[in-house]
Write a protein that binds this ligand. Structure first.
Ligand SMILES: Cc1cc2nc3c(=O)[nH]c(=O)nc-3n(C[C@H](O)[C@H](O)[C@H](O)COP(=O)(O)OP(=O)(O)OC[C@H]3O[C@@H](n4cnc5c(N)ncnc54)[C@H](O)[C@@H]3O)c2cc1C
Ligand SMILES: NC(=O)c1ccc[n+]([C@@H]2O[C@H](COP(=O)([O-])OP(=O)(O)OC[C@H]3O[C@@H](n4cnc5c(N)ncnc54)[C@H](OP(=O)(O)O)[C@@H]3O)[C@@H](O)[C@H]2O)c1
Ligand SMILES: Cc1cc2nc3c(=O)[nH]c(=O)nc-3n(C[C@H](O)[C@H](O)[C@H](O)COP(=O)(O)O)c2cc1C
Ligand SMILES: *[C@@H]1O[C@H](CO)[C@@H](O)[C@H](O)[C@H]1NC(C)=O
Ligand SMILES: *[C@@H]1O[C@H](CO)[C@@H](O)[C@H](O)[C@H]1NC(C)=O
Ligand SMILES: CC(=O)N[C@H]1CO[C@H](CO)[C@@H](O)[C@@H]1O
Length: 682
């Protein structure tokens, strides 16, 4: 039967439409993900947000999910995934909760093993990327009887809600009928045993795979998930090559870079218009840094955090290149291709070796025993291999010889090999096994009400000189210190140096990539509500923002309630932050602003801390809390200060109201739930 012309017309139009639809998918699906996690090479079936479909399409039977903020849980997932695949032949896939919808999760194939690695933040809250999943578990999830799972929690026992999320996920899954195939485990950053705790849990999981699930086991061997190809046809002059730009958009340069949204995949490159040293001390340093939001539409609100994107210092980069014999290849360009359709390339390529090391690898921090164990296979000679293996298998010896020495990767490897470079280590191995650099957060110390297009931060520079002369330095704080010294044309010599101009001079004239992270640390809605602020050391940063905001509100003619600030530092004449500013604020706020200072090292016979100053005003504080609805804000050190301060507030409530301490503690917990006791601690 012949088609008449109208039918033919319809068929042709349909065919064109269908073709366009599929082509569109091919072209556009890619550009959406071409950000920080460039997904180009891994587009095979990953464009769906239905996790069950993606698992099936890619023929996977093990899913590793990470709830991660600073990358530890993610890093553990990647390591474990490789091990599960090479040891047990599982078809693994690592996934970010944020990349999927969870409403169909209950339909998962019963063969699939699901590993949850969950960090806890704030007041026992999930990481940003896991919020939706936790909500699903809490509300929508019905029967999860098809799910087979095991959970590892990452936490820090110095926080009150220790590992709350790991425990919750483990429990909820059980409640919903899921089957636990290996015992729950958790790790404690507070005791510094996170890595060891993870290894212990992992051993338990492997036992269960062997003994309960009867999986066959092979000897562990490194199997890369990416393939590296050097590109002799490309040089650093080619505009398509990444020299460490934050993402592809920044390499192309043509798109609008001042329009957001700005987040952990896409920063704004902000100019530092002003910076200064705040301490008057020979051996410690704290920088005040002001970022101009300029033409961008980047917005913040008082109490938020600024994420500053890191880059390594020249000295550590040289040492790292030397350790792996890459110095002569620093400018060589390579490309990466994912060998597994679900593997996400961690940064934009093609890129040079040096740019990878400078902008993407965490090369200076402490090393894990697990990393040591896996790199032993690539040792330059048998003797070195034996030494590394024996160290890696002995917790105590490893702690003594590596961790306590504060060696970074390059230092430790060169030390053990007696300076022989480790040229057998595939660069793919380093990309997959060395942690990736992630932004550092700083509590914003300006107020969005008085300075809308400017963000201030206050950062203590972290550095130590070891007895053998090595300098141990924090990545971002020393970068900021370098900028401060150059901007002030100081003749002082910093401990380490940086490439301040950045890739293709994009950071020149004092610029750095940043983004803003929303926080829940917020002033009360009513300006009249009294506030009690506690922030020793750099903990005063967001509190300066609060006070500046209240000063502006008063200037705008609003009725502003009392603000009590408890500040502490070592010495009035050395590290008293913003000493000149407080009297200025008092001029506007009058008797409604009081600052009480605790100087801990002024009287050699007596440590004075903020909590002592708080106790001195017990009566007044209790009255403000009980009669005037005051809100407490505590900021700074989580390890000891925040706990001790909380104990002193509990003591005040117990004594002033004549109730038992237990009751007072309960009251504080309920204040926390009502957001009347807020913490910004780290
Ligand atoms: C929500 C939040 C708010 C924050 N607000 C502020 C703030 O307002 N002000 C502020 O100053 N900080 C703040 N911080 C801390 C800040 O984010 C950084 O952690 C801190 O500045 C250190 O960053 P860095 O890159 O300089 O150090 P990193 O490179 O992260 O190093 C961390 C530490 O390890 C040490 N180190 C380096 N190499 C080794 C090694 N091989 N072995 C052992 N140790 C080593 C470094 O000296 C340093 O002390 C905040 C953190 C959070 C989570
Ligand atoms: N825990 C660490 O070892 C460590 C190291 C580097 C950075 N940090 C982080 O950096 C932040 C602030 O560092 P910083 O350099 O600005 O602070 P800092 O100068 O070290 O401390 C500020 C003030 O707090 C005092 N202090 C110490 N322990 C306290 C406690 N339990 N309760 C109340 N006050 C206490 C200090 O006294 P004394 O020093 O005289 O005791 C000092 O007077 C902290 O939040 C912390 O998490 C921590
Ligand atoms: C600001 C901040 C808040 C935290 N709050 C908690 C907490 O409430 N409970 C807890 O057990 N651990 C807490 N931790 C510790 C982290 O969960 C732990 O360091 C974890 O290893 C981080 O994993 P990640 O790197 O994958 O994000 C907190 C850490 C930070 C920096
Ligand atoms: C965990 O707590 C310890 C103190 O016990 C503190 O020094 C450390 O910085 C904390 N770790 C993290 C990642 O917050
Ligand atoms: C950059 O490399 C691409 C791909 O090899 C090539 O087509 C282009 O001409 C190069 N550009 C320059 C300026 O060399
Ligand atoms: C230590 C120092 O010299 N700081 C100065 C740096 O420059 C600013 C002005 O840009 C001054 O305010 C600081 O005092």
């Amino acid at each position: 039967m012949a088609l008449d012309s109208l039918d033919l017309y319809v068929v042709v139009v349909l065919a064109v439409a269908v073709a366009a639809y599929y082509l569109k998918d091919q072209f556009f699906a890619k550009s959406e993900t071409s950000g920080f996690l460039s997904n180009d090479a891994a587009s095979g079936g990953i464009n769906s947000r239905n996790i069950v479909e993606v698992l099936a399409k890619n023929n996977k039977n093990a899913l590793l999910l990470f709830g991660s903020q600073t990358g530890t849980a993610e890093d553990y997932c990647n390591k474990m995934s490789r091990e599960l695949s090479s040891r047990f032949g599982l078809k693994t896939m690592v996934a970010d909760f944020a990349d999927y919808d969870w409403d169909k999760f209950e339909e998962i194939n019963e063969e699939t093993l699901v590993f949850f690695l969950m960090a806890t933040y704030g007041e026992g809250e999930p990481t940003d990327n896991a919020i939706d999943f936790i909500e699903y578990l809490d509300n929508e999830a019905d029967s999860l009887s098809r799910v087979r799972f095991t959970v590892f929690g990452l936490g820090n026992s110095t926080y009150e809600f220790y590992n709350a999320i790991g425990r919750k996920v483990d429990q909820k899954l059980e409640e919903k009928g899921a089957e636990r195939f290996a015992e729950y485990g958790e790790g404690d950053d507070g005791k510094g045993s996170l890595d060891e705790d993870f290894l212990t849990w992992k051993d338990g999981v492997f036992d269960s795979l062997r003994n309960n699930l009867n999986l066959d086991e092979k000897e562990l061997k490194y199997e890369p998930s990416v393939k590296l190809t050097e590109r002799d046809d490309l040089s650093i002059d080619n505009e398509s090559v990444s020299l460490g730009e934050p993402n592809k958009k920044h390499i192309a340069g043509s798109v609008e870079l001042t329009k957001g949204p700005f987040d952990h995949t896409h920063p704004y490159i902000a100019t530092i218009t002003h910076s200064k040293e705040l301490f008057k001390s020979k051996d410690r340093s704290c920088v005040h840094v002001e970022f101009d939001l300029g033409e961008s539409n980047l917005k913040y609100s008082t109490g938020d955090h600024l994420a500053v994107w890191p880059q390594n210092c020249n000295e550590n980069i040289e040492q790292f290149l030397k350790a792996f014999d890459l110095t002569s290849k620093r400018d060589t360009v390579y490309d990466l291709k994912a060998l597994d359709s679900t593997f996400q390339l961690p940064f934009a390529t093609p890129i040079t070796y040096e740019a990878t090391v400078r902008h993407h690898l965490e090369i200076s921090g402490a090393i894990s025993r697990q990393f040591f164990l896996s790199i032993a296979a690539f040792a330059p000679d048998e003797e070195t291999k034996a030494k590394v293996t024996s160290l890696a298998n002995d917790k105590t010896k490893f702690a003594e010889a590596v961790t306590h020495q504060k060696y970074n990767i390059a230092d430790a490897l060169l030390k053990i090999s007696n300076g022989k470079p480790w040229r057998n280590v595939p660069f793919e191995f380093l990309i997959e096994n060395v942690q990736h650099l992630t932004p550092r957060y700083y509590s914003i110390s300006s107020s969005s009400l008085c300075e809308k297009t400017k963000i201030d931060i206050t950062a203590v520079v972290e550095s130590e000189v070891e007895s053998d002369g090595r300098v141990i330095t924090g990545v971002v704080t020393n970068l900021l210190k370098n900028i401060e010294l150059q901007q002030n044309k100081s003749s002082a010599k910093p401990l380490v140096s940086y490439d301040l101009d950045g890739p293709r001079n994009k950071f020149s004239k004092f610029k750095l990539p940043v983004h803003v992270r929303r926080s829940t640390f917020k002033l009360p809605t009513s300006t009249k509500t009294p506030i009690i602020l506690v922030g020793p050391g750099t903990g005063v940063a967001p509190l300066r923002g609060f006070i500046r905001e209240r000063v502006q509100q008063a200037k705008n003619g609003m009725n502003v309630g009392p603000s009590l600030l408890f500040y502490g530092c070592r010495n009035e004449n050395e590290d008293y932050l913003y000493r000149d500013e407080w009297p200025e604020y008092a001029k506007t706020l009058g008797s409604n602003f009081e600052i009480s200072c605790a100087f801990s090292r002024q009287d050699p016979n007596k440590k004075v801390y903020v909590q002592h100053k708080i106790l001195e005003q017990a009566h007044k504080i209790n009255k403000l809390l009980q009669d005037e609805g005051a809100i407490i804000y505590v900021c700074g050190d989580a390890a000891h200060m925040a706990r001790d301060v909380q104990a002193s507030f509990a003591k005040i409530i117990a004594e002033e109201r004549g109730v038992a301490l237990e009751k007072a503690n309960e009251l504080i917990r309920s204040l926390k739930v009502q957001n009347r006791y807020q913490e910004d601690v780290w």
